[in-house]
Design a binder for this molecule. Structure first.
Ligand code: GZL
Length: 339
């Protein structure tokens, strides 16, 4: 995905936000209802609070739960009214929610698009209603960049590339074919498309590395287990599993052990996210490498919502700072993990 605008780190924005929240909090400290799930109260400037309509993908993974918590907690801390909708993984539910937010005349609309395509019509309706839109976590493929103010989230191509680069090093001594199976995220979603792309580009450096099977497990544990069972039946020799998120990797662990194989040893496992359960599997030696994808977008979202509502200039893209973990690094990091 082409990057435009300035990339601000989470840390830099965090400091700016702290000052903003303190000022906002003092001003709004008289409100008992500080930003929970706004299911009442007039929208817009009704009670003087900034009103954000947020459409969330669903609750498919540990990452998503942590992302939802971050957004709800940050709205409460900022004293904003949050109208939160869980789309249960369905684009039509997100479109409906966005139309509801438009009718309710919220101040800002933010959402994590479940898939990349099919948003232009509803985003045009928001633009015509003069309600600014912020993309969080996942991107859209709209050619018209004026349909939203900014994107906050990760570089998924980089996450896939980091996973592939680690594998190239890990298997540099291999003299024969290294068979890889890939559990893709939700079909059509930006993280699935981009992680697949980044990983494929990186492993091209070692011709022994071959993706012999690739299928969506929809970012869920159940999906990861079910598809891994099929991979194990159809592929006698599997050396590596690349899962687009921890949850599918955790589901695959059950299938791998049920097939009498030792995860982390018979099959090298690489995932993305670094949620607590994934980091525990890594520390326990069941996973081998994780590329982090931070779900803690709440503070940045609140800061940007305040700015777009005030008509201030914001960067076209705000990227989160992330890292990677080996088994040893996971053991050291686990005690302080926030999610
Ligand atoms: C990535 C996010 C993905 C996570 C999955 O930013 O959209 O969706 O990697 C989640 O765990 O389901």
């Amino acid at each position: 995905m082409a990057k435009t605008g300035i990339t601000l780190t989470r840390r830099g924005l965090g400091a700016m936000l702290a000052v903003g929240l303190l000022a906002g909090g003092l001003a709004g400290c008289g409100n008992s209802d500080t930003g929970g799930d706004g299911d009442s109260g007039s929208s817009g400037g009704g009670n003087g609070k900034l009103v954000i309509g947020f459409s969330q993908v669903g609750a498919e993974s540990g990452w998503r739960t942590a992302n939802t918590n971050s957004i709800k907690e940050s709205a409460a801390e900022a004293g904003y009214e949050l109208k939160f909708d869980d789309a249960q993984g369905k684009q039509e539910n997100q479109i409906k929610a966005i139309r509801n937010f438009i009718q309710q005349k919220v101040d800002v609309i933010a959402f994590s698009p479940v898939v990349e395509s099919g948003w232009d019509t509803v985003l045009k309706e928001a633009k015509d209603a003069k309600i600014p839109v912020i993309l969080t976590d996942r991107a859209v493929d709209s050619a018209d960049k004026s349909l939203y103010k900014t994107f906050i989230g990760s570089d998924f191509v980089k996450e896939g590339r980091l996973a592939g680069e680690w594998l190239v090093k890990e298997k540099s001594a291999a003299t024969g074919p290294v068979n890889i199976v890939e559990l893709q995220g939700t079909t059509g979603s930006a993280p699935a498309n981009d992680r697949k792309k980044g990983f494929a580009e990186a492993i091209a450096a070692n011709p022994n590395l071959k993706v012999v099977a690739s299928q969506s497990g929809d970012f869920t544990r159940a999906g990861g287990k079910q598809v891994m069972e099929q991979f194990l039946k159809a592929n006698p020799k599997i050396d590596v599993l690349f899962a687009h998120n921890d949850d599918m990797g955790l589901g695959a662990l059950e299938a791998i052990t049920a097939a009498g194989k030792t995860p982390g040893k018979d099959i090298t496992i690489i995932t993305i996210d670094a949620v607590k359960d994934g980091m525990q599997a890594l520390a326990d030696g069941k996973f081998n490498f994780i590329a982090e994808c931070s779900p803690l977008l709440g503070p940045q979202l609140m800061d940007l919502a305040k700015k777009v509502k005030a008509g201030e200039e914001v960067p076209a893209r705000v990227e989160t700072e992330e890292t990677t973990f080996t088994q040893e690094q996971a053991k050291a990091a686990l005690p302080n993990r926030k999610y």
